[in-house]
Unconditional design. Structure first.
Length: 75
């Protein structure tokens, strides 16, 4: 995974907090689209692209799969 360890830990923390605000948990996120919506609400892709130009959507998707373990990503 290309996402830095510290960045991933922060993303996971923020994702859990946002889910709690929305009365859900990361485990209840069932689709990749829902996971990406949360990521965009938190501006995670923007941060990743800013920190390291070599990070791409596949790297972010890998991190999202770890944060949202039940989400099914179609592609």
């Amino acid at each position: 995974m290309k996402i830095y360890k510290e960045m991933f830990a922060r993303w996971k923390k923020y994702s859990i907090l946002l889910c709690a605000e929305r009365n859900t948990t990361p485990e209840k996120i069932m689709t990749g689209a829902q996971a990406w919506n949360i990521a965009y609400d938190l501006e995670l892709p923007k941060e990743a692209y800013h920190v390291d130009k070599s990070i791409n959507d596949d790297h972010i998707k890998t991190a999202l799969k770890r944060i949202f373990p039940n989400a099914v990503f179609k592609n």
